[in-house]
Ligand binder design. Structure first.
Ligand code: HEM
Length: 467
């Protein structure tokens, strides 16, 4: 007689994973928690404990994954769903149900995604191209007076990226190249992100007492930023929406093709805040990291310039020429491999599941995908720490495990701005390389700063007009 096997009972208590030594009752691995460089710490943990491990923080199990085999399951939207985690969850106080921080179940996510997706196709980039090129030219002019002086690279890359998203998104200029101090909205947003990053792991009581002043400032910042964004929306409504061809126009005039519904004004505010934050810090960080690698690899600069000089023949770089800059694109891909500026993402189990046939996860339990280590996995071959754009030659990409490279996330909640970011970054890097020589500071050692996204800390380069 044959018997049917009893359904497997999934209990998270049966899940035994490698973890840091010296676990303490109740406190868990709290001694091993790094708040200011949590993503890099997640990477180091994986290097010590393996592709799947956990830290227990006051009873909360944080599972870290960078095993491409397991990611085949986790990256499948039907089994695992986006989870905000910490500190992105804390960002909801600011961006609410904007695209990035919306819960999967919130109707505004599907609505906004359907309305805004057409603004991010490869062909939609054509309408942003001239605006992006003009911002890159502004940078070139800005550097003209700084020849042979040290330039704060992350700072200037932030300026370009902010002007790009400000203009392409909302027809708004922050005047970044004309000011020495950041625009008040930018300063407020930076403080908001810093506060969110720091307070994400704190207790609310601590915030209301010990950090009361900071919290009051934070709430005032949110209030201020909301008012400013609302006034940009109101101004556009007065000017007449629909004439500008930017994101804001689309938010105000387009309807979800399935339901015919439009975005409501409050949600538009959260979308603008989302695009301002998601659309500039990440791209700026990639440009800054890329310039660091270019400054120390003259042989890569030579190859990139050869390509740029061959393709960019007129005064301006034409829209179609950007996609032809394949080597520059490989530089961007390799930069995003070593330093995915959004260094990971969270997923939670949609139902009880046995991950990899071995590890029980109950419905709702979540994991953090450690992109920093996935992108340095041994499957990348010899010396994954080495900067080598040729890893992205088409035949090498085809030969690779498909889950090894996910700088823009995956599935329905993957980055909507991917094409935008590539177009912008390739264009800006090509413009810089065409016009400037970069000299590194011989004393500089790459140190990475985390404020939700990643940046090369205190990177400065000397820039000199190319003769
Ligand atoms: C190189 C630059 C960028 C990187 C590395 C990056 C990375 C990511 C990642 C990893 C996610 C998914 C997060 C998750 O699954 O939880 C994401 C989502 C998102 N990104 Fe980007 N991003 C970049 C540029 C941009 C730009 C330029 C924009 C807008 C102009 C943008 C807008 C968004 C939005 C709105 C989402 C949320 C999408 C959704 O959940 O529907 N990103 N990004």
């Amino acid at each position: 007689m044959t018997t049917t096997p009893a359904p497997q009972r999934i209990r998270s208590s049966d899940r035994v994973l490698p973890h840091p030594p010296y676990r303490i009752p109740f406190l868990g691995d709290v001694w091993d928690l790094h708040v200011t460089d949590s993503s890099q710490w997640g990477m180091r943990g994986a290097q010590r404990y393996g592709d799947l491990y956990e830290r227990n923080i006051f009873g909360t199990r944080v599972t870290y994954v960078c095993d491409p085999k397991l990611l085949r399951e986790i990256n499948d939207d039907t089994h695992w769903a986006k989870f905000l985690g910490v500190p992105i969850g804390t960002l909801r106080t600011v961006a609410r149900d904007g695209l990035f921080t919306a819960f999967n179940s919130e109707p505004n996510w599907a609505k906004a995604h359907a309305i805004l997706a057409p603004s991010f196709t490869a062909t939609a980039m054509r309408s942003y191209h001239a605006t992006m090129q003009a911002r890159a030219n502004e940078l070139i002019e800005h550097w003209a007076g700084r020849s042979d002086r040290w330039v704060d690279i992350p700072h200037d890359m932030n300026k370009v990226a902010l002007e790009v998203i400000g203009r392409c998104g909302f027809g708004y200029s922050f005047g970044s190249f004309d000011r020495t101090d950041p625009h008040p909205i930018v300063a407020a947003m930076l403080r908001i992100l810093t506060y969110v990053n720091r307070s994400a792991y704190s207790h609310p009581l601590l915030e209301r007492t010990l950090h009361r002043e900071q919290r009051t400032r934070h709430l005032a910042d949110i209030d201020y930023v909301n008012r400013e964004v609302d006034s940009v929306i109101a101004q556009r409504q007065r000017d007449g929406a629909g004439e500008h061809g930017d994101l804001l126009d689309r938010m105000l005039t387009a309807a979800d093709p399935e339901t015919g519904q439009r975005l409501d004004p409050e949600n538009i505010r959260y979308q603008i805040l989302t695009f301002l934050a998601a659309g500039h810090e990440t791209s700026a960080g990639v440009m800054a990291f890329a310039l660091h690698y270019l400054s120390i690899h003259p042989e890569i600069v030579d190859r990139a310039r050869k390509e740029i000089d061959e393709i960019w023949t007129g005064d301006e770089l034409a829209f179609e020429q950007v996609a032809k800059l394949r080597y520059v694109r490989r530089i961007v891909d390799e930069t995003l491999r070593l330093w995915p500026t959004a260094p990971g993402y969270f997923r939670k189990a949609r139902q009880d599941t046995m991950l990899g046939g071995k590890y029980p996860f109950q419905r709702g339990e979540w994991v953090f995908i450690v992109l920093l280590q996935l992108h340095r996995h041994q499957l990348w071959g010899d010396d994954p720490q080495r900067f080598d754009p040729d890893r992205f030659l088409p035949e090498r990409v085809r030969a690779r495990h498909p889950e090894l490279y996910r700088p823009f996330g995956v599935g329905m909640r993957a980055c909507i701005g991917r094409q935008f970011a590539y177009h912008e970054i390739v264009l800006v890097l090509a413009t810089i390389l065409r016009n400037y020589d970069l000299t590194p500071d011989p004393a500089y050692r790459l140190k990475v700063k985390e404020t939700i996204t990643l940046k090369p800390d205190r990177l400065r380069l000397k820039v000199a007009r190319r003769s």
